[in-house]
Write a protein that binds this ligand. Structure first.
Ligand code: MD6
Ligand code: FE
Length: 217
């Protein structure tokens, strides 16, 4: 109670919520840049369109994905990996716009991970009903770097657990402009997204877009 009253006296300090040691939610951190972010995402997806990929087990994901950066995360029957080439176009992924890179670097610094230099940004597009099952992000070579996750559009319920799949998970509502930074002891926490509820967002319509920035290599 007292902490709530005093923690944001500094107007320049973002509203933060600690999810776990090493995981922090920065409420509204991306909001001031929302319009430029949406324009940058549109430019990327015009080059590398959203597609619903297949898991190694042969299931088609409900979330549509694309990437920007030096490498992109892909999944198909042969496995999960980072690849410099977009398998749909045969061309390199669009480069990461400085606007996106800077946002990720600043959010990471705010969370205590100064010097974050992402080389990959996975862009997820959820429509009502789309979900992401509990998983760990473990395809990156460099587990010392955090992951920065930016939510835009419709709100989602984010599930955040522990290092074991069976650890009980907590639920957090992620809204337009919210940023989650996670690393250190939380880096391998299981997490997921509950089926997206229908709704209409002023900027993005019936969609949620999530950007996750990683240091893959
Ligand atoms: C999503 N996010 O929010 C999916 N992974 O749509 C993730 O899978 C994720 O938000 C690692 C760190 C942060 C995340
Ligand atoms: Fe993840």
């Amino acid at each position: 109670m007292t902490a709530d009253l005093f923690e944001n006296l500094d107007a320049s300090a973002p509203i933060r919520e600690q999810l776990a040691v090493g995981a922090v939610l920065l409420r509204g951190f991306a909001r001031p840049r929302q319009h430029e972010l949406v324009a940058a995402i549109q430019a990327i997806t015009a080059q590398a369109t959203f597609r619903r990929m297949f898991t190694p087990g042969g299931h088609q994901m409900s979330v549509a994905m694309t990437n920007c950066g030096e490498v992109g995360w892909v999944t198909d029957r042969s496995g999960y990996r980072y690849d410099a080439i977009d398998p749909d176009s045969g061309r390199p992924w669009p480069s990461m716009p400085p606007l996106l890179r800077d946002l990720a670097e600043q959010a990471a610094a705010e969370a205590g991970f100064a010097g974050f230099a992402p080389d990959a940004c996975l862009i997820n597009c959820y429509e009502p009903g789309a979900k992401m099952s509990l998983h760990q992000d473990r395809d990156e070579r460099n587990m010392g770097a955090p992951i920065v996750s930016v939510s835009l559009g419709l709100p989602a319920t984010f599930l955040f657990g522990g290092p074991k799949r069976s650890d009980k998970s907590q639920r957090y509502r992620l809204e337009h402009g919210d940023v989650v930074v996670w690393g250190g002891p939380a880096r391998l926490a299981f997490h997921g997204v509950a089926p997206l509820a229908d709704g209409e967002h002023g900027l993005l319509g019936r969609k949620r877009i999530n950007l996750t920035f990683r240091r893959a290599r």
